[in-house]
Design a protein around this ligand. Structure first.
Ligand code: NAG
Length: 392
């Protein structure tokens, strides 16, 4: 009897548990809020209505975007939300307006702000940026341009399996965030498109960029001031300007960059491979504890480069010396081909020279010959096989 009562009691607990967890897996389908997958109808309001429901839910929720093409103007998904488990599952394509003026004066096309626990999976985000690039290149009057996907002041974010195409400006920007994982994304824009960086990270900690393929007209990944604990692994880069820490040191007071790991990356036909770049201006910024490991270069113009004399148009760089202090940068197992004679270039600041540069097993060739290296104000050590021979 006691056993039967117990079993009955446990069964009813199970039923309560199952029904409540089923009820909590609320799904908000954008079609239910008036989105039209026809590529023409403005679905912005429908997406926002689904967000309002998902964000206002006190339990985990999913926003579902079925297959089809959705036309969207600027969309801001703003928190804080009442739950910290929102999934945005996109099986369709989101299309920006072809008239670049419509979104071009907002900072971003799609943004998440002040959210905690959001994951976006799948989807094609087409920024339709080519008209805007043409405008910039023709020197006409143009809007300032929009980032395709911006994540700001948020934490515990996952972006996976997304394809970002032809952004007006940067494709993905992570700003003021903690614990962000970007994985299995593909980012594509013409190799001649201006300022179309793949992923830009700044003022953020614990960002991981994994298993992704990025080919654009600017940096594959750019790392701005205040980035700490960044991990980049398994990234295929090209065309574009490579992976760049910087530009840094534009401002006198600037948070530094610390603890960056870049491993197992390949660069094909890019302008740079692994770059650190700072303005030739006074600054209290710094770069420390960086590991570049297992990189393959194919026909890269500047495979390994530190440039502390960045000063476009030679304007506003008094004395041309960077204040940014670079220390503890390791290059380990980097090999392949350089498209120019000088494959390793450390052009550090005369005011704050680079220290603790370590090279281990580097082999870079130019035209089937050992490439060259050049050092300015750079101090460090080399070990293992080193070609070009070290100038440290
Ligand atoms: C460096 O960053 C990684 C994540 O990229 C983190 O796991 C590790 O704990 C950090 N190391 C230090 C010393 O903060």
């Amino acid at each position: 009897m006691a056993n039967a009562i117990n079993t009955c009691f446990l069964l009813s607990l199970l039923v309560i548990f199952l029904t409540s967890s089923l009820a909590s897996a609320a799904q908000y389908n954008v079609l239910s809020y008036g989105a039209k997958p026809d590529g023409r109808t403005d679905s912005t309001k429908a997406f926002l209505a689904a967000w309002t429901r998902a964000c206002g839910s006190t339990s985990r929720s999913t926003i579902y975007v079925p297959p089809g093409r959705y036309f969207l103007r600027n969309v801001q998904f703003i928190g804080p939300c009442k739950n910290n488990a929102i999934v945005v599952r996109i099986d369709g394509s989101l299309l920006a307006p072809t008239n670049y003026w419509v979104i071009g004066n907002a900072a971003s096309w799609i943004s998440f702000q002040h959210v905690d626990g959001v994951s976006v999976s799948g989807g094609i985000l087409d920024g339709h940026g080519s008209g805007f690039w043409g405008c910039k290149q023709s020197g006409k009057n143009c809007p300032s341009g929009a980032t395709t996907l911006s994540l700001s002041n948020s934490k515990n974010i996952v972006i996976s399996g997304l394809h970002s195409l032809n952004s007006q400006l940067f494709h993905i920007v992570v700003n003021g965030c903690r614990n962000v994982r970007i994985q299995g994304v593909t980012i594509t824009a013409s190799g001649t498109s201006p300022n179309t960086d793949g992923i830009h990270v700044q003022l953020s900690s614990g960002v991981r960029i994994l298993n992704s393929k990025i080919g654009t007209g600017d940096d594959c990944v750019s790392v701005g001031p205040g980035t700490t604990n960044l991990w980049i692994e398994n990234v295929v880069c090209g065309p574009g300007h490579g992976i760049s820490i910087g530009s840094l040191g534009r401002d006198l007071k600037e948070p530094g960059v610390q603890n960056v790991t870049v491993k197992t990356v390949t660069f094909t036909g890019t302008q740079n491979g692994l770059r650190i770049k700072t303005w030739g201006r006074p600054s209290n910024g710094f770069v420390k504890n960086v590991l570049f490991q297992h990189a393959i270069m194919t026909n890269v113009q500047n495979p390994i480069v530190i440039d502390q004399n960045y000063c476009p148009d030679n304007k506003n760089c008094p004395g041309q010396a960077s204040g940014v202090k670079i220390s503890g940068v390791t290059y380990q197992d980097i090999h392949g081909t350089s498209a120019t004679k000088v494959a390793v270039k450390f052009d550090c600041s005369k005011r704050s020279p680079c220290t603790g540069i370590r090279m281990e097993n580097v082999r870079l060739t130019y035209n089937n010959q050992p490439a060259g290296a050049s050092c300015n104000n750079a101090d460090g050590t080399a070990s293992g096989f080193i070609q070009p021979s070290s100038c440290l």
